[in-house]
Design a protein around this ligand. Structure first.
Ligand SMILES: CC(C)(COP(=O)(O)OP(=O)(O)OC[C@H]1O[C@@H](n2cnc3c(N)ncnc32)[C@H](O)[C@@H]1OP(=O)(O)O)[C@@H](O)C(=O)NCCC(=O)NCCS
Length: 226
């Protein structure tokens, strides 16, 4: 019998049939990229979120050809400051780099997760496997829509020194594969129309442009389960 991993719409507790139901969610890093990411940063549960306590996936380690994605911890803030402390990373997303204090505080809040039942926050530090060095982050916020479809809003950032080597595409694709394996129905990214690098990352991850625009960003989507 085929066992399909799928996020159940029931609350409060649901486990994938055939998957590993892990512990609790983590938080996010650079949250400006999507509205979901912004809601993570503000520690708000978006109004349309119903109940996502059924999704128990955590940011478990993901290994790709060159990269190892490790679940974000509060201790990562110090190392990530060097990666993220760059105004150029905010050209398309707005905002400014965090100070060390702000980043430590942000990571602590993200690891603690949302205070209300709602979205599930998932964050990974992107590391070069051979060197172990942190070079960026990928994130996903999983929500249950009013039509009972689970939607993951995803975003990515790679430190300027490591850009242009295919790392974002490799990490984002692995993230989408992980979300697929954990039963998410739709994957969505919000990308500015003039952000060519991020558009390429979205495309490489299997997302397609839609006619929807939110806050000046085009919505890209991958429908995993029709
Ligand atoms: C977007 C970002 C993650 C891309 O990181 P990256 O590691 O340089 O991306 P990759 O090397 O994987 O390149 C992805 C694709 O973009 C293309 N690309 C990279 N820079 C580009 C540019 N300036 N113009 C056009 N295409 C570009 C690459 O050729 C590659 O295309 P391909 O997949 O067809 O080969 C990085 O620029 C970043 O962190 N920016 C700041 C944060 C941000 O804006 N995040 C996105 C929010 S939606």
């Amino acid at each position: 019998m085929t066992r399909r991993r799928r996020i159940s719409t029931l609350c409060p507790e649901v486990v994938f049939d055939g998957g590993t139901a892990a512990d609790g969610p983590t938080g996010t890093t650079l949250g400006q990229a999507t509205r979901r990411a912004r809601s993570q940063m503000a520690s708000e549960a978006p109004a349309r979120t119903r109940c996502m306590t059924g999704f128990q996936g955590t940011s478990e380690t993901i290994v790709t050809q060159r990269l190892t994605l490790t679940g974000l911890t509060a201790q990562d803030a110090d190392e990530m400051l060097e990666v993220l402390n760059d105004e150029r990373l905010h050209v398309f997303t707005g905002g400014r780099p965090d100070t060390l204090i702000e980043l430590r505080d942000r990571y602590r809040r993200f690891v603690a997760g949302p205070t209300e039942p709602g979205d599930v926050w998932l964050n990974w530090i992107v590391r070069l496997t051979h060197e172990g060095a942190a070079i960026g982050t990928v994130q996903a916020t999983v929500s249950m829509r009013s039509d009972a479809r689970s939607v993951a809003n995803v975003a990515w950032v790679i430190g300027t020194a490591w850009q242009g080597r295919g790392y974002a595409g490799e990490a984002a694709r692995a993230l989408v594969d992980w979300l697929r394996a954990h039963g998410v129905d739709d994957v969505v990214a919000h990308v500015r129309a003039d952000h060519q690098a991020s558009i390429a990352v979205a495309r490489r991850s299997g997302l397609h442009p839609t006619d929807e625009h939110i806050d000046g960003e085009r919505v890209w989507r991958l429908i995993i389960h029709a």
